[in-house]
Design a protein around this ligand. Sequence first.
Ligand code: SF4
Ligand code: SF4
Length: 142
Amino acid sequence: MPEIKDIFQCTRCGYCCQGETTVSLNEDDCRRMVAELGGDREAVREKYWRVSLDAGGGEVVQMKTPGGRCIFYTEEGGLGGCRVHNARPWRCGQWPLHPSLLHDEANFNIIRNSCPGINKELNHAEFTAVLRELMRIGRIKC
Ligand code: SF4
Ligand code: SF4
């Protein structure tokens, strides 16, 4: 039976937590993060979130990025870490096993080149065959 480590093992390089924008948080992400950080939603919003409006007027919640990286990113002993690891947004937990990898080889190559945790011995067909099986048996929810 395949395991996630067959296609991906995070090296904690921290690359995916860098940049001026972050993943968007859904309502469940927001609730879990507020609970993790003490339960005061307004305080969490003020201190950690960047809130904007989409074309339909709905709120888009991302994390602030002081210094060009996620506000929750930490480094210790040369390894990257997340201060809300247990309550990180689901998209952070999913990364880099994104469903677009299944059908978009160009995107697979981009992510493969940026994320050192991806098993470089596998080509796209081999990688996606394992990823599909992991999804089928419920080990990964994309
Ligand atoms: S880029 Fe890949 S290996 Fe590096 S921290 Fe992110 S998931 Fe882990
Ligand atoms: S919440 Fe954690 S895992 Fe997600 S981008 Fe921020 S530091 Fe990285």
